[in-house]
Design a protein around this ligand. Structure first.
Ligand SMILES: Cc1cc2nc3c(=O)[nH]c(=O)nc-3n(C[C@H](O)[C@H](O)[C@H](O)COP(=O)(O)OP(=O)(O)OC[C@H]3O[C@@H](n4cnc5c(N)ncnc54)[C@H](O)[C@@H]3O)c2cc1C
Length: 460
């Protein structure tokens, strides 16, 4: 008989935590899980899933317009934000209960409340204390609110999902993927959107061609993007309108109905006893872990956004499964973070895998870069001025395709397939030997011929 109440205590029933608990239970471990908001976590409740539903909704505006070129005439369709939010809430409620059901059927007890570590093997949730052989911290992250006067008038992505009305004019502060996705959502649904970002270009960390191409396409769809621009204060006028002072921008003051800050996320590690028991945190509060997701305290593991590595759901899920397998499955499984594909569900969307051109240049010194920009067949009849950009980055010496990037319709769906080839280390010749599917945009990835040679210029 074990001296502990359970074998694994998971803090946080989100993407990583739920997967870890279920896999552990599958190996026969006694697992428990604590959740202080809603089972499902960020992805299901206020991240990937509701965001994608809103992005679908936003795209209909263009679809209705584009249909005209295909012979459809239509009355003016009307949009209801409250109905969209109601339907979205119903769906996330359904998904959350599925998650709870999966946990219950695996014999995993769910403790409602905020969990806190008392020592490396003891967790407190409300009045209850539980001892565990291992603890998994899977508490995720929360939106950062920059400390500026009037920040209390701003919303974050959390509140954006629950707005009662669609704002007529919205300022989005930030240039990361959450900012550009919500810019596309609000603009598509009819709001006047301004995006203010203090950097040189949106989507820092992505390939430069992706960044500039998306910037241009978003502009064509009516999103006003202000670069090298920051908010210095927000005031609410008597009539309810928000007055925003924009620093470093010729715009000066901006009047709008909502301000959304999307300026990064902070790991959820404060106040839950981690540093007190000796768990090392990084400069941003993320749990420092090794390749097996083990923290500096041997019984405490951490996965997902709280570790400040790659903040994506499929990565958190992989990490959760790896920890459970390492602890209870008899095999030590490190997590492979190389060539993780990702998407931005902007309008149009982005799909990407592998290295950006500058990362590849740094790594290999000499590259062959294949790039194309074209107007998709669909828009010949729709008349829409929208362009797709696709790019392959090849290491000149080995001929391996080390990066694939796309901005355009269906980019995330297309890149998922290309990611298999990049992960497998295939060469440009192997891409070329694959027959394309015609007529598609995706076939460009196997028919790209014009290359540009790019060399690293060594600084002396
Ligand atoms: C707007 C937005 C859009 C996104 N879109 C995508 C996307 O399209 N694709 C993608 O892959 N990723 C996306 N993400 C990221 C994705 O949601 C996260 O990477 C993922 O949810 C991380 O999973 P996790 O298990 O680390 O944490 P979470 O899913 O955040 O789960 C952590 C859970 O822990 C709970 N918790 C926290 N502290 C405690 C405590 N002390 N006690 C008890 N419970 C606690 C929280 O309530 C939460 O439910 C998006 C994120 C946001 C914010």
């Amino acid at each position: 008989m074990s001296k502990f109440d359970c074998d694994l205590f998971v803090i946080g029933a989100g993407s990583g935590g739920v997967r870890a608990a279920r896999i552990a239970a599958g190996f026969g471990a006694r697992a428990m899980i604590a959740e202080n908001y809603r089972v499902g976590g960020t992805c299901v409740i206020r991240g990937c899933v509701p965001k994608k539903l809103l992005a679908y909704a936003a795209h209909y505006a263009e679809d209705f317009q584009d249909a005209r070129g295909y012979g459809w005439s239509h009355a003016n369709p009307a949009f209801s934000w409250p109905e969209l939010i109601r339907n979205k809430d119903r769906e996330i409620g359904r998904l959350s209960s599925i998650y709870s059901g999966l946990l219950a059927r695996s014999g995993i007890a769910i403790l409602e409340g905020t969990a806190r570590l008392i020592d490396p093997h003891t967790i407190e949730v409300g009045e209850r204390r539980v001892s565990a052989r291992y603890v998994l911290v899977a508490t995720g992250a929360h939106p950062f609110r920059p400390p500026l006067p009037g920040i209390e008038h701003a919303i974050t992505s959390n509140e954006a999902f629950e707005l009662r009305q669609l704002p007529g004019r919205i300022l989005i502060v930030g240039g990361g993927y959450v900012a550009v996705e919500f810019a596309g959502i609000f603009a598509g649904l009819g709001a006047m959107v301004t995006l203010s970002y203090r950097g040189e270009q949106i989507l820092r960390g992505f390939d430069d061609d992706v960044r500039s191409h998306l910037h241009e396409e978003m502009g064509r769809k009516g999103v006003r993007i202000l670069l090298r621009s920051g908010v210095s204060r927000i005031d609410r006028r008597a009539d309810g309108v928000l007055e925003v002072a924009l620093a470093g921008s010729p715009e000066g003051n901006l009047a709008c109905d909502a301000v959304m800050v999307a300026t990064g996320r902070i790991p959820n590690t404060a106040g839950i006893g981690l540093s007190e028991i000796g768990v090392e945190l990084d400069g941003e509060g993320g749990v420092v872990v090794d390749r097996y997701c083990r923290s500096s305290v041997v019984s405490v593991y951490a996965v997902g956004d709280v570790t400040n590595r790659i903040a994506l759901t499929p990565v958190a899920i992989r990490e959760g499964a790896a920890v459970a397998t390492t602890l209870f499955g008899g095999t030590s499984v490190p997590v492979d973070h190389a060539d993780v594909p990702s998407a931005v569900f902007s309008q149009p969307p982005v799909g990407t895998v592998g290295l950006t051109q500058s990362e590849a240049l740094e790594a290999f010194g000499e590259l062959e870069v294949y790039r194309t920009t074209f107007r998709p067949l669909r828009h010949t009849l729709s008349g829409r001025e929208e362009y797709t950009m696709m790019k392959l980055i090849v290491d000149a010496a080995s001929q391996r395709v080390v990066g694939a990037h796309m901005v355009g319709s269906d980019a995330p769906e297309i890149i998922q397939g290309v990611a298999i080839a990049v992960k497998a280390g295939l060469t440009k010749a192997q891409f070329d030997s694959t027959v394309g599917i015609h007529p598609t945009a995706a076939e460009e990835f196997v028919t790209l011929r014009d290359k540009e040679l790019v060399h690293r210029t060594e600084t002396v």
